[in-house]
Design a protein around this ligand. Structure first.
Ligand code: ATP
Length: 361
């Protein structure tokens, strides 16, 4: 076990009615959030929604306008950052270029009362965990971007922080490395069990890495839940549109769809939400789907565009009122652009939203 020299500490993080104003901008608008000990929570939302400000307040780098921050039962709202024992990883690696990787990893330990032997055991153990042991005597510029970011993460682990705070730590890596590194990061977090708050605007990354997602918008929390809950039971149109790629179809209900969806559409429903993978081209519905799924009446749509995506196709269609509808289908190869096709919806996956965009079901 590589981790025996690194102790893991599990502490909860509680934000109560937390607010941050910058002049006339309300960056964080009275949010409440409880992160359980050992949990991996991802703050997800569009640019400017207040994710980074929230993280920086937890770190102590930003003073809340009001509200409290409690870590491991201790109110740290006014505790300076260096006394919170948290670790923050940023987008940029910020390693010391003139120091070796070993020296970079040792750096956070310099003020701790450790023997030379203890110090080197901790560094070796972290290097082992991160697969960078053979690079310990190199300088940062001799490592790839992904390796450098691992060293930056290693530097936060070696201190045995109470909580990891990560702000888009993978965004400077190329796509392939980002996917690899996030899997490693997730594994590492599970091994260490350190409570983690992670910020990203990348929904796919968030869905794949989080125990629990916190969807933010304009300084507020729109919804919290497991990735599955957020995906399957979005609380409103904003959340439904922010997760899933290609995006959910949000269709104005006045456009004749309710009739095809059958009888029990409540009168307050204004918008139908249906994900591209829950729509099927009639005649191309797999028999297993047909048997197990309650399908709507067919809707006739014009097929404008067929784009291959590996083994499926992204179909762009328009209905009679020119609303764009996206369907993911394996049938793309047998279809022709410019023709009319019949589309059916998986009724159990249809979302209905009221005039405020709040989910009805
Ligand atoms: P991004 O993904 O772009 O980093 P974010 O969700 O992290 O966005 P924040 O950086 O927290 O958002 O910013 C929230 C709001 O607060 C934005 O309107 C931003 O312009 C504003 N803001 C953030 N920091 C400051 C600051 N130091 N001074 C003034 N306004 C700020």
């Amino acid at each position: 076990d590589n981790n025996q020299d690194i102790e893991s500490i599990q502490e909860s993080v509680k934000l109560r009615n937390l607010r941050k104003e910058f002049d006339d901008v309300v960056a964080v608008n009275n949010i409440d959030l409880e992160v359980s000990a050992g949990e991996f929570v991802v703050l997800l939302g569009p640019s400017g929604c207040g994710k980074t400000t929230t993280l920086r307040m937890i770190a102590g780098l930003e003073t809340p306008t009001s509200g409290t921050i409690v870590i491991g039962g201790q109110d740290v709202t006014t505790v300076p950052p260096q006394d919170r024992n948290l670790s923050m990883v940023f987008q940029s690696y910020a390693l010391y270029p003139h120091l070796t990787i070993r020296e970079n990893l040792e750096y956070p330990l310099r003020k701790m009362a450790l023997s030379v032997d203890e110090r080197s055991r901790k560094v070796n153990s972290v290097a082992e965990m991160l697969g960078i042991r053979e690079h310990l005597d190199k300088k940062p510029d001799q490592l790839s971007g992904g390796q450098q970011q691992r060293v930056a993460i290693g530097r936060t682990i070696v201190r045995e922080p109470r909580v990891f705070l990560m702000d888009e730590p993978l965004s400077n890596l190329d796509a392939k490395l980002r996917v690899e590194t996030r899997a490693e990061l997730q594994e590492l977090q599970q091994d260490l069990g350190v409570t983690t708050v992670y910020v990203t605007h990348d929904q796919e990354e968030a869905m794949s890495i989080a125990d629990r997602l916190v969807i933010m918008n304009e300084g507020r929390i729109e919804q919290t839940g497991t990735p599955k809950e957020i995906y399957e039971k979005p609380a409103n149109t904003f959340v439904s549109g922010f997760v899933g790629e290609p995006a959910i179809n949000l269709i104005d209900i006045s456009k004749g769809w309710s009739r095809r969806l059958g009888g029990d559409v409540p009168s307050q429903a204004e918008t139908i939400g249906i994900r591209p993978e829950n729509l099927y081209v009639e005649g191309n519905v797999d028999s297993d789907v047909r048997e197990s799924v309650d399908l709507s009446e067919p809707v006739s749509l014009t097929l404008d565009l067929i784009e291959p995506l590996g083994d499926t196709y992204e179909l762009t269609l328009t209905d009679e009122s020119d609303t764009l509808i996206t369907v993911l289908s394996r049938a793309g190869r047998t279809l022709t652009e410019g023709t009319d096709v019949e589309v059916v919806a998986d009724m159990s996956k249809v979302h209905l939203f009221d005039s405020e965009g709040e989910a009805i079901r």
